[in-house]
Design a protein around this ligand. Structure first.
Ligand code: KIV
Length: 279
């Protein structure tokens, strides 16, 4: 299978083929996502919630992102890997934004980066693109703006925020993002935006008319014990299965049933005899 590139993703929109994206944060999971043939893997700053146990994504650092991006790219052979730019890594200056985006590519091995925000991020997107780094946009409910939004709220339900979303999508599309995540946006508005912009839209809580979909992997596999949003479908509920397996392990270790012969190594009697004199 040929390696997926940003050109492949744009071509999929042209051919009206749906695009798949999931998050992954470590080597083992990224390998499975890649084997399943998912188009893009996002090393999301949602790792702050699901891997590091923070309340939101604001505490995630560039070093966290580079560390997890490296683990993911070591496993991936086909999918396009997108590294997420964490809070404050692209807000202070264009120079810092380019340097930090470069770290995800150069140290992390990602093929593209994602940044949150609309019209206010156009110059940042252009600066990163100038360094030949493909950029994915992210509008709607952008989790790094949780304090500015006053909570996690669906965006674009009223005239003012809907107009802002349309302006944001058009501005990022024009700036040259290769794809655009829309999070928590009413389905009909996401449909109009998807029809209007040339880049593929990737929805999360944005309905069925986007060009593609993304979910946080721990949510869709039922592996996260925290709050799971309405837009998540659990394709499997792994948490109870994992806890059951762990309980079985505890029981078997405590009873002596594990390890049995099939999990043990042997040594010849004569070697033992030489060591311990037949005792
Ligand atoms: O960090 C993340 O996982 C994301 C997705 C929710 C799009 O930004």
């Amino acid at each position: 299978m040929a390696r997926i590139t940003t050109a492949t993703i744009k071509e999929k929109k042209r051919r009206q083929e749906r695009i798949t994206m999931l998050t992954a944060y470590d080597y083992s999971m990224a390998g499975m996502v890649d084997q399943a043939g998912i188009d893009m893997i996002l090393v999301g700053d949602s790792l702050g919630n699901v891997m590091l146990g923070y309340e939101n994504t604001l505490a995630v650092t560039m070093d966290d992102m580079v560390h997890h991006t490296k683990a993911v790219t070591r496993a991936v052979k086909n999918a396009l890997v997108v590294g997420d730019m964490p809070f404050l890594s692209y807000h202070i200056s264009l120079e810092e934004a380019v340097r930090n985006a470069g770290r995800l590519i150069q140290e992390g091995g990602a093929q593209a980066v994602k940044i949150e925000g609309g019209t206010e991020r156009v110059n940042t997107v252009k600066a990163i693109l100038d360094a030949q780094i493909p950029v994915m946009g992210h509008i709607g409910l952008t989790p790094q703006s949780v304090n500015a939004f006053g909570g996690f709220k669906v965006q674009g339900k009223d005239l003012e925020t809907a107009r802002k979303l349309i302006r944001d999508a058009q501005a990022l599309d024009k700036a040259g993002v290769f794809a655009l995540v829309m999070e928590c946006v009413p389905s009909e508005l996401a449909r109009r935006i998807t029809e209007e912009v040339s880049c593929p839209t990737i929805g999360i809580g944005a309905g069925p008319y986007c060009d593609g979909q993304v979910l946080v992997i721990n949510d869709m596999l039922g592996m996260y014990g925290g709050h799971v949003p309405k837009f998540v479908k659990k394709f499997v509920d792994l948490q109870p299965l994992i806890i059951e397996a762990l309980k079985n392990y505890k029981e078997e270790v405590e009873s002596g049933a594990f390890p049995s012969a099939e999990h043990c190594f042997t040594i010849q009697d004569e070697v033992l005899d030489k060591l311990y004199g037949g005792s």
